[in-house]
Design a protein around this ligand. Structure first.
Ligand code: GLP
Length: 266
């Protein structure tokens, strides 16, 4: 795992979008794992800007989202299908049949989960997976005690997560669906590269626990410590509680992999 500390959330978002754009240029049939949530909004805005400015071609790319609420129709404005359409799909030339999200209104959710895993495999696996970090330490909707080997399945959401995501539901946590279909921790760990973006002071403690704490199913993000190519992009506010923050700051400025991205700080 490599942690990169950028001065602000905007810098972290710009770096994440730049990496996605670069990976797509290098591999036009990129299989991109998409995340949702507030942290991702700035990343998609910047990615759309870059895509238009540099005429990025998504015609051979595929996307797979981490999760979807059970019971929400894709057209529901509170669904992650709708979020993706609004934030990314509507603005780039990505054929809709190459975009994939779990279907939260499937009649057989177990069969839907198995079919989602098969579709990921058939696409050749995920090349680059974007992740946010939930307040409970979840990635996707892998709530505490999710098996670190879990695959796509239905999962019950904790009260804390429903509270965190209430914004899309008029601020009322009881309106947030209690269950979701989510890629498993094992599914996420199979992505060839992972970028987790964590910003803001409210995430400082959970980020420190997820990255510097012991691996535990209580915090599914700790499983990323086992991933051979995982970059964590953070801002100064979220980095506040990281013991090694001085070194992580050094990393972005000095490691050769990041030399080409220094102009993002200008
Ligand atoms: C939801 C999603 C997660 C996401 C998390 C963080 O729970 N299922 O994939 O990482 O939100 O959200 P935010 O970026 O809004 O803090």
């Amino acid at each position: 795992m490599e942690i990169l500390i950028l001065p602000t959330a905007a810098h972290a978002e710009r770096l994440a979008a730049r990496i996605v754009a670069d990976r797509l240029k290098a591999k036009p049939d990129l299989v991109l794992g998409c995340a949702t949530g507030r942290t991702m909004e700035g990343i998609y805005t910047e990615l759309v800007r870059i895509s238009k400015a540099e005429k990025l071609d998504y015609s051979a790319a595929h996307t797979f989202n981490l999760d979807e609420y059970v019971g929400l129709h894709p057209a529901d404005p509170r669904s992650y299908h709708h979020y993706m359409e609004e934030k990314l799909f509507a603005h780039v030339n990505l054929p809709r049949d190459q975009t994939h999200l779990p279907n939260g209104v499937a009649t057989d959710l177990t069969a839907e989960a198995a079919s989602y895993e098969r579709r990921i495999k058939a696409a050749g696996g995920i090349d680059l997976q974007l992740l946010g970090l939930g307040n409970t330490g979840h990635i996707g909707f892998n709530e505490p005690l999710s098996s670190l080997m879990s695959r796509t399945r239905e999962k019950a959401l904790t009260p804390q997560t429903r509270e965190q995501n209430a914004g899309m539901f008029g601020g009322d946590a009881t309106k947030v669906p209690p269950r979701a279909l989510t890629m498993g921790v094992g599914t996420i760990l199979e992505a060839k590269e992972v970028i987790m973006v964590v910003t803001g002071a409210s995430k400082a403690q959970v980020l420190a626990t997820a990255t510097e704490g012991p691996i535990t199913s209580m915090i599914s993000a700790t499983a990323l410590q086992l991933h051979p190519r995982c970059h964590v992009l953070t801002d100064e506010a979220a980095a506040e509680k990281l013991t090694g923050r001085e070194h992580y700051r050094w990393t972005f400025h000095n490691e050769p992999d990041w030399a080409q991205y220094q102009d993002l700080l200008a």
